[in-house]
Design a protein around this ligand. Structure first.
Ligand code: MLT
Length: 274
């Protein structure tokens, strides 16, 4: 049987090797390349990017579940445990963790299970509330499709929802880049993550229990997480900055990387002062 020392998420360290790095968790069904343009703005900071279980260069979810003693059914707690285990093995005991959408769900699971690891949190284009029943059923349908002959084609329609109206109207290169990422998404990772996201509980209480600086950010044109979602997370947090990024949709970090990088830099500075 593999141990947590051998099964770890694939990670890249960027910038100087300083304490309290910024750790960035990407959206579904992408991988850590999603952060490339943000990283270019933060090359003077210690930043770690990780691939989610079953995505990019990270191991298959079955391998991670066995190593971390997780239940075989998909759950975001495995993602959170794998992030914490991978960071600790890399010598990181405290970090500012920011996640976008699915990365935000994993950040919320980290807040619940590994709050001692967190010097601060960034919750980007995400929400603490669970899915309504119809959305859960839709996820399970997409999981079935991805596991079948459609494969990554099951997530191709997401292109209409993950980018804002500005990107669709004015930035064909961004649309094509994201379309390419969706086409490359691993079917097994898609199926696992959809089932894990469908099963996630309400995690507002985990935010209420946190006492570290926080950022809640969303693209002004985000069709998938609402201003109400952002406000509900912000009202649960004690020390929070709320940022709305103009001309960005759900993938704010891809659509307006400079604004997102500025907000993440400010978050880490607040965490170092706290
Ligand atoms: C994401 O961007 O990670 C997804 O939109 C998450 C979700 O489907 O809720």
């Amino acid at each position: 049987m593999l141990g947590p020392m051998t099964a770890r998420l694939s990670l890249t360290r960027n910038g100087p090797d300083e304490a309290v790095p910024l750790v960035l968790l990407h959206a579904f069904p992408l991988d850590r390349r999603m952060w490339d343009d943000v990283l270019a703005e933060l090359d003077d900071l210690p930043v770690i990017t990780l691939d989610a279980p079953g995505f990019g260069s990270s191991p298959a979810t079955e391998e991670l579940a066995e190593a971390f003693g997780a239940p075989s059914e998909p759950t975001l707690t495995l993602y959170a445990d794998a992030v914490a285990g991978t960071l600790r093995e890399a010598g990181v005991d405290r970090a500012v963790v920011a996640g976008l959408s699915m990365g935000g769900y994993a950040t919320l699971a980290l807040a619940e299970r590994h709050p001692d690891l967190l010097a601060g949190v960034g919750l980007l284009d995400t929400r603490a509330a669970p899915d309504p029943e119809a959305a859960r059923e839709d996820r399970l349908r997409v999981a079935e499709e991805a596991a079948g002959p459609k494969g990554a084609g099951a997530v191709a329609p997401m292109i209409g929802k993950v980018l804002g109206t500005t990107s669709h109207a004015e930035r064909p290169e961004v649309v094509e880049k994201v379309r390419g990422w969706l086409a490359e998404a691993p079917p097994s990772g898609i199926a696992w993550a959809q089932r894990a996201m469908a099963a996630r509980p309400d995690r507002l209480a985990a935010l209420e229990a946190l006492d570290v600086p926080a950022l809640v950010l969303r693209g002004a044109e985000d069709l998938q997480s609402s201003q109400d979602d952002a406000e509900s997370m912000a009202s649960a947090l004690r020390d929070v900055e709320v940022v709305v990024v103009p001309r960005a949709g759900h993938l704010s970090a891809v659509e307006q990387p400079q604004e997102v990088a500025t907000a993440l830099r400010a978050l880490r500075e607040r965490c170092l002062r706290a």
